[in-house]
Design a protein around this ligand. Structure first.
Ligand SMILES: *[C@@H]1O[C@H](CO)[C@@H](O)[C@H](O)[C@H]1NC(C)=O
Length: 134
């Protein structure tokens, strides 16, 4: 099931659009760090090479905090975060499955990530970093 298909997606107003190569069955992460909880930031991680921003670069605003490694990018027009750069995977993108256009996703599997204890959780699950490797 690792066969990748091309999904397209974007923000609500359409200013930000992207395409992303990922399986039809997406493995998404539900993180409970302070910001992911507030944003309900369910996301699947892909290598940078599988993600292409089609439009909206100039409309994207970026919020950072704490270590400033994660880049919480969102559309400055409608406010929707359709993708971002996770702290765990600076060489990849975290994409919101709920911001993909319908028709290409079979289903979304989720696992939880203990973002409250980020360091400990990353240590205990090295596979997280692998998700953005080409
Ligand atoms: C955060 O998520 C982890 C993994 O699901 C869970 O074990 C932990 O209880 C959660 N912590 C809080 C404060 O919600």
């Amino acid at each position: 099931m690792d066969h990748k298909v091309k999904h397209t997606g974007g923000c609500h107003c359409g200013a930000v659009r992207f395409e992303v190569w990922a399986p039809e069955i997406l493995d998404a992460i539900i993180c409970n760090c302070s910001i992911c909880v507030k944003k309900q930031n369910t996301h699947f991680i892909v290598p940078l090479k599988d993600f292409t921003l089609l439009k909206g670069e100039e409309k994207i605003a970026t919020y950072t905090f704490n270590t400033h490694h994660a880049k919480h990018t969102f559309c400055s027009v409608c406010g929707v975060q359709s993708f971002y750069t996770p702290r765990s995977n600076p060489d990849g993108r975290g994409v919101a499955p709920h911001c993909l256009d319908s028709g290409t996703v079979n289903s979304v599997r989720t696992t939880t990530f203990d973002g409250v204890n980020w360091e400990k959780c990353m240590e205990s699950d090295p596979s997280i970093r692998e998700r953005s490797k080409p």
